[in-house]
Design a protein around this ligand. Structure first.
Ligand SMILES: [Zn+2]
Length: 395
């Protein structure tokens, strides 16, 4: 962490941390976790039948609910709860999945480099406008991508640039022209090509593919862009550029309303709703959720994981992974857990477990007392817990 003075002579300083090749405002892991839980509570409220509504709230059948601490990271977490493993919908699971995907990609890129390969970052966009049907558009984009790999011209181009495999990330932002879904693709090449050469080869094929799939012709200027290896590494380190397969990327104190170039990410809809209460953001999130929840977020081309010796784990496996060496800090009864959920204290309890484990019992006593008081007064889920953390708000 570094401290930076504001350039306006106010004497105010900001805490910054390294982020890719640049810096961002420092947010403590506890703060960003509290925010993720608060945002998840919104999704649960808006989509009560989704798996995310049960995620980290409902107990797993026949399992003891336990508060644990990882011996490796000293982080507290819950065992014995259902998890949704839905990267598009769940701010908590998405962070966990993104962390793992980032490590996989970094390992794959290191292996590629050791082999003398090159990794470039390709960004593909399509023309879009307000009122586009997102479901149709995503379908067409997938078709266009398939054409790039399976058409005769596509295969010839792949051979010419020495393309050994790709990892395709789907991302989406929302701006003046509505939803803007786009692909960021890591290109693994066994030939030495400049980004310019690769863009020259890829652009005409992407344009033709889009037309074939029923999309408008991507512009020469923005349709296809290729960046060099350092940008590719930066992209992976940040866990995504615009969107949230790296949820961490988006967590910034109060500065979160606008993403890059003034556009919003889907999790920004949740933040904006918390800040303004404007129903527009709820509606936008639901449109997004409907279109994206069935989509693959990261797609490795066939055989690439095997080529680069990357273990093949599903989102579910990643989201439910536990370490045998972890320590049980406390066992929670069903009543305890109900009190924790009713008072929105899930993240606060984890913080206490990490920072003041000796105060766990006292904290739980407080949670139980408040839950009882809420129930007695008929204001269940209304009262705010006094030990709530900075930045947290009523869910
Ligand atoms: Zn989840």
């Amino acid at each position: 962490m570094v401290w930076a003075k504001l350039p306006d002579d106010s004497g105010e300083t900001l805490a910054l941390e390294r982020h890719g090749t640049g810096f961002r405002l420092y947010v403590s892991p506890q703060e960003s976790r509290a925010e993720r839980y608060a945002l998840k509570a919104l999704v649960a409220r808006w989509m009560p039948r989704s798996r995310t509504a049960k995620c980290l709230r409902w107990k797993l059948p026949n399992r003891q609910l336990e508060l644990m601490r990882s011996t490796e990271h000293a982080k507290a977490f819950y065992a014995g709860l259902q998890v949704c493993a839905m990267p598009w919908l769940c701010p908590v699971c998405s962070a966990k999945i993104a962390e793992r995907r980032k490590a996989e990609l970094q390992a794959a890129m290191a292996t590629a480099k050791a082999r003398g390969w090159q990794v470039l970052l390709l960004t593909l966009t399509v023309p879009h406008g307000m009122g586009d049907d997102l479901n149709v558009m995503l379908d067409q984009m997938r078709q266009a991508w398939r054409y790039c790999s399976t058409s005769r011209a596509g295969k010839a181009m792949r051979k010419a640039i020495g393309l050994m495999g790709t990892v395709r990330a789907l991302e989406v932002t929302y701006g003046q022209n509505g939803f803007h879904p786009h692909f960021h693709v890591l290109l693994f090449l066994d030939k030495s090509k400049t980004p310019h050469e690769v863009a020259q080869s890829f652009a005409p094929i992407w344009q033709r593919a889009c037309l074939k799939a029923g999309l408008e012709r991507p512009s020469d200027e923005h349709g296809c862009r290729v960046d060099d290896g350092s940008r590719a590494a930066d992209y992976v380190a940040k866990g995504g550029l615009d969107s949230h397969w790296g949820f961490e990327d988006e967590v910034t104190k109060g500065h979160s309303k606008k993403g890059r170039r003034g556009s919003l990410t889907p999790f920004d809809f949740l933040r904006a709703y918390r800040e303004t209460g404007d129903d527009k953001f709820r509606r936008l999130f639901l449109v997004y959720a409907d279109a994206f929840s069935g989509q693959r977020q990261l797609y490795w081309s066939n055989g690439l994981k095997a080529l680069l010796a990357v273990e093949d784990l599903t989102d579910e496996e990643v989201a439910t992974q536990e370490d045998d060496a972890d320590i049980v800090l406390a066992q929670l009864t069903s009543d305890d857990w109900k009190a924790v959920v009713d008072t929105h204290s899930e993240a606060a309890l984890l913080n206490v477990a990490e920072t003041h484990p000796d105060a766990l019992e006292a904290f739980l006593d407080g949670v139980r007392a408040i839950a009882r008081a809420c129930r007695g007064s008929g204001t269940r889920r209304r009262l705010a817990f006094p030990l709530r953390l900075a930045g947290e708000r009523e869910g």
